[in-house]
Design a protein around this ligand. Sequence first.
Ligand code: SF4
Ligand code: NI
Ligand code: NI
Length: 713
Amino acid sequence: KKLFRQAYEGTIVALSYAEILLNKAIKDYGEDHPVGYGGETAYFIPAIRALSGLEIRTLGEFVPILNKMRDQVRLELTLENALLWGEAVIHAAEIIEAVRYATGAHEFLPRPWTGFLSDTYVRKWGIKHVDWTIPGEVVIVGRFRTSDDALRIVNKLVQKGFMIFLVDEVIEQLLEKGYKFDIDAWPVYPLGNFTQVIHAVNYALRASSIFPGIPAGDKFMHRNYQRDRILVFVMALGERDIVKVAACFAAIYLGFPCLVDQPLDEDEIWPDWYFSVPDYDEMVQEGIEVRGIKITAIDIDVPIAHGPAFEGEAIRKADMFVEFGGGRSPACELVKMVPAEEVTDGKIEVIGPDVDQMEEGKAYPLGILIKVYGRKFQEDFEPVLERRVHYYFNYGEGVWHMGQRDQNWARISKAAREKGVTLKDIGKILYAYYKKEYAAIVDRLEVQFMTDASEVEKLLKEAREKYQKRDDRLKNLRDDAVDVFYTCTLCQSFAPTHICFVSPERTGLCGAVSWLDAKATYEIDPTGVCQPVPITSEYVIDPVKGEWSSLNEEAAARTQGKTTSVCMYTMMDRPMTTCGCCECILAVVPECNGIMVTTREHKGDTPVGMTFSTLAGMVGGGNQTPGFIGVGRLYLVSRKFLPADGGIGRLVWMPKELKEQLRDQLNERGKEEGFGDNFADMIADETIGVTADEILPYLEEKGHPALKMDPLM
Ligand code: SF4
Ligand code: NI
Ligand code: NI
């Protein structure tokens, strides 16, 4: 077949190019010259590591693997050989890119090209894969027929929630159309050109290294995971050449079909894997179908785009049309359970002026009242739904929201205003997402926006009473006061052996699933990821370490027997499993007789000599690792913070940012434990030091309680 012949020839070209570059680099820099992606990854040269198991550190170490790849490339045009070519091309491309990094070429990347993407991004967006907020990934290589096509199709894919990798001229086409890349708001990655496409591959292969923790070199498992879980398809646009065909075979090797927009001869087609779809919209549709991707985006009749892809966008003051709250005007939001007759399903009301009657640049009062009735609805679910206001509000394109309760703050951009957006439209978005995600517990829902100052004052009064009532209830919601904890196994789709147990005083390690959330999730889907587990006295094995026979059985049943016993209240003995979503990672610092914490946001080193990324790579695949554990931020100030290990008094180091966020609560908890009024200041941070030696004198000077405790190990 002609297609196979082209792929073979392209493979030879790619391998030769890699060899030339590598030899030249070795000649110029020596074979011991270090390689790696500049501390951006804990996975060495990630694609090669995943597939071949090699942890390559120097230029010279590339030579044997490149030779091995060259040797496996045979001319017979068979399917089996075709896959070996694909594998060889992945290695060749990654060697080319790694050599460029090793020799400093990446420092001259034109903006906005990203080149290699750090582990931080893989982790950050991995969370959105878990619940299929991101239904799949599209790699677009080459150029669309027009820049308008480029913009239209990329926007369409974003609206559907896809993660997108861009290579070659499509990036310039988008820039030409004024497209703004903001990879922290949504993953549309302008990788660069030519072999930089490998950064999509090493990204995907890190996902299978990180989330299910597939070992380096387990080619079979990595490929299965790529094919079945990382739903990627490739749009290969514009003129074809043999190297591009070979690159497509590399994608096919990983289970990613390639759709091209050029006409193909009969013997250039590989059905379902390499085929032509000249119409771009049709190409997107076929890509979705051939991968069996389920799109969950919903249709709402509003003038702006919406969906999780628009959650991360910020609106600067200069781009703002109007704002609400944020200390500039009174504002609050409240979800309230009401009797059936007090709510009209689908009613959306604006009391006071709507956006079209507002003046640019001003702050207006805003009360958001959401009335809910449901036969299965409970008052305990009010705060759970109320937190969703933040997300759904943000889902609007050009609409921004922050905070909660009476500390909320919202903005509408000039661009959204020009499209004609109103509060009523935002109400429609809220209504649609609530009805979609909470259909099982919400029968009727009504949205009221109040912009009239006196109405907002009235609502504020009611809301504050309600917040107070809820806080009182939460204070009494203790592990010891309930009969059940809940499982959460949402992350198993990514980390198959992971299970979180969620208790009133311990939110899931992602920070997003509280005991009340889990309870609501169970009501919504009684056979779903959150299951109640009884913890009454007959199940208690060890009350100090927090071991229950019921939790052990549930863990075993839900992890295929991999995790058979778990302790809730210690990280030293059979701790809970950790998955890649954790907000923080704790690690024992033996020299200080204490525990340090680092966060996903903290990029720097820590007193155990590892960054968050390295730690997460080590413990985050759904394993139990005594001495290490992933937790949510708020768990640190919980009364049930690892009581069997000494509790909060063990905290010897944390990033300054975390300390400031939790300062009041740390001090309050410290006081309760008898550590004086200023426990937060006893905890070292990166400004004091990042090694045990550097922080120890500080802890001694402050009289840190951990130094007087029993040895941890
Ligand atoms: Fe994943 Fe645990 Fe959060 Fe559930 S609670 S989403 S399993 S990290
Ligand atoms: Ni938004
Ligand atoms: Ni997870």
